[in-house]
Each structure stands twice: as structure tokens, then as C-alpha cells.
Design a protein around this ligand. Structure first.
Ligand code: SF4
Ligand code: SF4
Length: 255
């Protein structure tokens, strides 16, 4: 059985695709978005996270921390172990729900996904992915029920400044993925400080056949406490106001 480094498995999620879902967060991402709300999923290695506000100074770190102050992020799991977790909520998935592979960039764990997606299908579990599309793996993508993919910034230089990579490959991969015939939900996190050019992104996506929906999501500083816990530099952006969201949402659409 294949194995992968898993950061977390969240059950009964309602924010990672249709219906009630189990979300598997993998470690490792080729991007390093400054606003990432899962910064513990960027490194491909296990990492210790420390939340000083939870520390009760018991001095028993060597025996393991029971207060949740010191947490090791990253556990090697086999496809069978992850499938067992996914199946725990099978009765709640109904027609829409299922599993979402997220991260990090799930397609970095290609062999694992190529094994577990057919296992899920055999059990009748709906499968989705959350991806930056920096990687294109046809065997994975064509076998999914839904692809949720981000196009974060239109201009490649600005994309590189804020995510660490240019975006030409991502745009190319959107075009290639569109040809697979799998429904795509495209998304952009809205960061008011960044010039993202929603008009151009929306126009590009409208030219693709299988982008069934384009969502613009407000920045949320969820990742800041985790950046601190990882000992990384804290980067905080502005949460967009209701009025700012209304402004940009004119570029979002459902087909
Ligand atoms: S075991 Fe946890 S709570 Fe106790 S001192 Fe160590 S970090 Fe703090
Ligand atoms: S692509 Fe997603 S997981 Fe990777 S750094 Fe950006 S926000 Fe984080």
C-alpha cells in the first residue's frame, strides 16, 4: 500500500466542496503564498508546532504534551488507513458529500492519490481535490468528480512575488484540465493589498468550458497563529469589507 505524509484529517467539513465532506490535508506545497491559511502544509517534512498560550509549564515535554501546546504536524499514513477514516462518515455523505484531498498540494503525493481515488470510487465515495494546479497529472485529475482549483493573481510577476512561483504553468494547466471534462470550481482568495485583476481572471475562466463556477473568497487571517506556532514570520493582510466583497463579486459566476 502507498503511504503519504498527512497533516490532518478533518471530518464533517462543509467548506471544502459540496455536501458534508472528510478533508485530507497533505503536507507539501510548491507554492508559499504569504496568506496561506495552512502554512503547516507547505513543508514536505513533519514539523513541531508550539502554541505558548496552551502551555501549562508542566515540564513533561519529553513524555508528550497533553495540553495541545506542542503538536507534531505530519503523520505517515497508508491508503488503507486514510480510507478507514474517510469511511467513518460514509452515512453522512449522501449524494453530494464525500472526500476532498487538500493540503498543501495533494498532487505532490501522486502515487498515493492514484491508489486511493479508485479505492474511494469502489466504495461509492464522491471525490474532490483542492489544488493550485501547479502540477498537472492527468491520471489523477480525470478520475475525480470535482476539481477545485485556484487562480490567485493574473499578473505572473505579482503572482511570483506573493506565492513564490510565476503562474504561466498554472494557466496552461487550467486549459489542459478543462479538456478532461471534469467540472471545475475555480477560486481566488481576495487579498485587498494585492493587485489580482479579477476582470482578467474571470474573462480567462469564462473561455473554458468546464469551469462551472468562479468563487472569490475573502482573506481570513486563520494562518497567522499557525505561522507563529511554526516559528515563521507573521504576515497579516486586511480582511476585505462587505462593500469590497460586493465590488469584486461582480466577477464571480455560476454557470
Ligand atoms: S508538555 Fe506541553 S504543557 Fe507541558 S511544558 Fe511541555 S509544552 Fe508545556
Ligand atoms: S497553494 Fe494553497 S497550500 Fe500552497 S501555499 Fe498557497 S494557499 Fe498554501
Amino acid at each position: 500500500m502507498k503511504s503519504a505524509l498527512v497533516a490532518d484529517i478533518q471530518r464533517t467539513s462543509v467548506h471544502d466542496g459540496p455536501g458534508i465532506r472528510t478533508t485530507v490535508f497533505f503536507k507539501g506545497c510548491p507554492l508559499s503564498c504569504k496568506w496561506c491559511h495552512n502554512p503547516e502544509c507547505i513543508s514536505t517534512e513533519p514539523e513541531m508546532m508550539f502554541y505558548p498560550e496552551k502551555c501549562i509549564h508542566c515540564g513533561k515535554c519529553a513524555q508528550g504534551c497533553y495540553s495541545g501546546a506542542r503538536v507534531l504536524c505530519g503523520k505517515k499514513m497508508t491508503t488503507g488507513e486514510v480510507l478507514d477514516q474517510i469511511m467513518l462518515d460514509f452515512d453522512y455523505y449522501k449524494e453530494e458529500g464525500g472526500v476532498t484531498f487538500s493540503g498543501g498540494e495533494p498532487m505532490l503525493q501522486a502515487d498515493f492519490l492514484k491508489e486511493i481515488i479508485p479505492m474511494c470510487k469502489e466504495k461509492g465515495v464522491h471525490t474532490a481535490i483542492e489544488t493550485s494546479l501547479i502540477i498537472y497529472d492527468e491520471e489523477i485529475l480525470k478520475n475525480l468528480d470535482i476539481i477545485m482549483a485556484d487562480l490567485k493573481i493574473w499578473d505572473s510577476d505579482i503572482h511570483k512575488e506573493y506565492t513564490g512561483v510565476p503562474n504561466e504553468k498554472i494557466k496552461e494547466n487550467f486549459i489542459k484540465t478543462d479538456k478532461l471534462g471534469v467540472p471545475i470550481i475555480a477560486r481566488t482568495p481576495y487579498i485587498p493589498e494585492v493587485s489580482q485583476d479579477f476582470a482578467k481572471i474571470s474573462e480567462f475562466l469564462k473561455g473554458l468550458k468546464n469551469v462551472v463556477r468562479y468563487e472569490i473568497l475573502p482573506y481570513h487571517p486563520l494562518g497567522v497563529a499557525k505561522q507563529r506556532a511554526l516559528g515563521r514570520e507573521e504576515v497579516i493582510f486586511t480582511v476585505p469589507s462587505k462593500k469590497q466583497m460586493e465590488e469584486v463579486n461582480k466577477y464571480a459566476y455560476i454557470r
